[in-house]
Design a binder for this molecule. Sequence first.
Ligand code: C2E
Ligand code: CA
Ligand code: CA
Length: 448
Amino acid sequence: MEKKYTGEKNQGMRKISEELSFAERLAYLASHDELTGILNRSGFDMKVREILREAKNNGRHYAVTRWNIEDFKLLNEMFGRRDGDRILQFFPTLFKELNIPGAVFGRLESDHFVLFFDADCYDISRLGEFIDKMSHKYGLSHYVKIKVGIYYVDDFGMDIDHMIDCANIAAMTIKGKRTSCYAVFTEDMRREMVHSEEISAGLERALQKEEIEVYLQPVVDAQTKQVVGAEVLSRWNHEKKGFLNPVSFIPYLEKNGLIVKLDYYMWKKTFEILCHDQMSQHPEISLSVNMSRSMLEEERALKLLSNLMEEYKVDPKRLKVELTESTYMYCTEELTDTVQKLRKLGFAVMMDDFGTGFSSLSVLRKIPMDCLKIDISFVQDILQDKRTRMIVENVITMARELGMTTIAEGVETREQEELLCRVGCDRIQGYYHAKPMPVAEFEAKYCV
Ligand code: C2E
Ligand code: CA
Ligand code: CA
């Protein structure tokens, strides 16, 4: 029969603390967590340090693991605090059910728990499955999913907090899993984490010191082969890391929303470039900027664009805005609203990376845009794969009938270009014509 976990207020703890002398009681309370009755951070720290001190060179392998509940805040809101506490009080039972001899466990804070054990005594490969089985057995909601980060101790002298941090880094790499699961810490994870922090912490300085450079990649008319535009792309001359391509910094800035600052900066630079003498003499060349998803949440974004337009007196036809797949992944009112306003201001709006996401078509159905950018992955397969060719051909026809122009991106060969021209693609962007280049080089080549 299914055991129900009642999560009654921790009687054990009350009883123990009543049986102890005053001094012992103080020490006990200092090292234990009130809600669950298990060790708290300092209690766990002390106990594990003691074990590792004694275990020095005994040849055994130990693991420090950090556990937390996915979306605990949300669960608290959904079910109320009482049920939230009940879920937390389930952890001591769960740890005991693991049945690992000599294991030490504790609660750090909130829904963050720690478990230390002799890794030779437990096979972790079925840990996720075991946790879900236990939640079920004790009648906890199927919404409760637990993520476990595991750090195998390789330096017995390391701070316990540091070990917990490593386990946490591992846990943070777990994404999009629908069951409880674990991840084991690796040095690569640490490097990635440090890199991500350095990128975020260095952005402000980089913008002030102009370490971020604007690169332009030409866009060519498929028929005339004339350059009719360019995509504005960023490069970072990092003071320590050297020259960085966007893959090394954009994803991290997107994660924490700092991308908005970069986008503002790039837009301003784009207006400046459009006012250069060379560019002014080539009104047929338009520039397209990327707009990240975080920008949709920025009320100031549109205001900024219209202010820049006034300040620099640039014809809005010369600026296009590319919305990437991550932007239109959620076809929200915000998106509809932003696109409408952008178009009202006179900017053309492009759907970038068309075909990579699940939502491309449904967005297209609801939100009128001006241009569709066929993703590089289609272009790469277009010669070898008949199905890809058919899809591209039909996408181009569909776009035309919807009154949109098409750009193929990532065109690397003459054969790809010829085929795209044949099936009616309007514009071509890719290494075949030119790689992204510094602004001065672009102007020297195409604005003479
Ligand atoms: P994207 O918007 O899809 O930009 C096109 C990317 O494809 C560029 O990479 C470009 O260098 C690359 N590319 C162009 N032609 C070819 C080709 O023929 N072959 C291959 N293999 N690649 C080609 P890049 O410059 O590394 O930019 C990567 C992504 O970073 C961009 O993808 C864009 O989403 C993002 N990004 C770059 N700069 C910014 C920025 O200032 N703001 C925002 N929000 N995103 C940016
Ligand atoms: Ca783009
Ligand atoms: Ca793209």
